[in-house]
Ligand binder design. Structure first.
Ligand SMILES: Nc1ncnc2c1ncn2[C@@H]1O[C@H](COP(=O)(O)OP(=O)(O)O)[C@@H](O)[C@H]1O
Ligand SMILES: [Mg+2]
Length: 296
């Protein structure tokens, strides 16, 4: 086993839960399923439904998590990955989620963004409790409100940069011609490269196109899971600069997951995840610009 794998194991392998606790876990899941059946449509229409007796403050907060737990079941064993996360995020913030490998960052991001579902707890995003949406409504929610960039850029190889960005635009519910594809390529500094194919671009340029694709949906929230993880320093800084610009220019709430503490310096809000819990929340009054942070 490599050193890295050993570390991951240490971070997450808690004592698996058996017996009574496992029974309770299964009951919670069943309750959640029943509530989903009754409430999914109502939630998508804007009704607030809670399992934790909580009323979200949708004026100020774009996201509120209440007692969010996520477990994976293998046979008769439950492994807890998130162990009761309580946190809220302000509208328009630039948030970095920091933590060691295996601490649960991706799991947390996937739950906040509607890619995955919590086992227990409330996940309010734009007032919708995602923990009680059925899969098809969760897909609708993602399509209408959020966008993603990943470590791997996931561009379609037979489409140009512009056409790749248009894939995002075509998915958007509200067609708003205030922000054209041309404007977006201006923002990412790639107006000259709009007609290039992915193989004609560097990794950094491809990642910028994936940001263009995300922006063309005009999402309320842009999620990035290790978005600079595959990039060298110069391209990594460039991508972060674009994210900061987007946050300022379009007021898009941005949530970036990274294991690189240097990147946290550009955020307004920094969340430390450790062993499935929020360890620390820090507010940065004067975030650094991506050109000022250390890089190593
Ligand atoms: N589908 C899954 N099934 C079982 N365990 C999982 C699954 N996904 C994640 N885990 C566990 O959760 C831990 C945290 O994973 P992850 O959220 O990807 O951490 P991070 O992004 O911080 O590296 C993993 O190390 C793994 O043990
Ligand atoms: Mg991860």
């Amino acid at each position: 086993m490599s050193k890295k794998e050993t570390n991951i194991k240490k971070e997450v392998k808690d004592k698996p839960v058996k017996g009574e606790a496992l029974k309770q876990f299964k009951k919670d899941l069943k309750d959640q399923k029943n509530l989903t059946k009754i409430n999914s449509k109502k939630i998508l229409k804007g009704e607030v439904v809670t399992t934790e007796n909580h009323k979200p403050n949708t004026e100020d907060n774009i996201i509120e998590l209440v007692n969010v737990q996520k477990s994976y079941i293998t046979g008769e064993l439950e492994t807890k990955v998130l162990k009761g996360v309580n946190i809220s995020f302000k509208k328009g913030d630039f948030i970095v989620i920091l933590g060691p490998s295996g601490s649960g960052k991706t799991t947390l991001l996937n739950i906040i963004s509607g890619l995955d579902k919590t086992s227990k707890g409330d996940v309010f995003v734009l007032g919708h409790n995602l923990s009680l949406l059925k899969d098809s409504d969760l897909t609708k929610f993602r399509r209408d409100h959020v966008a993603f960039i990943f470590q791997q850029y996931n561009l379609l190889t037979n489409l140009t940069a512009k056409e790749n960005a248009e894939v995002g635009e075509n998915l958007a519910k509200v067609k708003n011609d205030k922000m054209t594809i041309e404007d977006i390529f201006e923002t990412i500094g790639m107006k000259e490269q709009m007609n290039k194919y992915p193989h004609q671009m560097s990794g950094g340029q491809q990642q910028r196109v994936s940001i263009a694709r995300a922006l063309s949906k005009q999402p309320s929230i842009l999620f990035g899971d290790e978005p600079t993880g595959a990039l060298d320093e110069e391209m990594g800084r460039k991508v972060l600069e674009i994210l900061v610009d987007v946050n300022k220019k379009y007021k898009t709430t941005i949530i970036v997951v990274t294991h690189n503490p240097n990147i946290a310096d550009i955020a307004n809000t920094v969340i430390h995840v450790r062993n499935g819990l929020i360890d620390e929340v820090k507010n940065n009054k004067n975030p650094k610009s991506p050109s000022e942070i250390d890089w190593s």
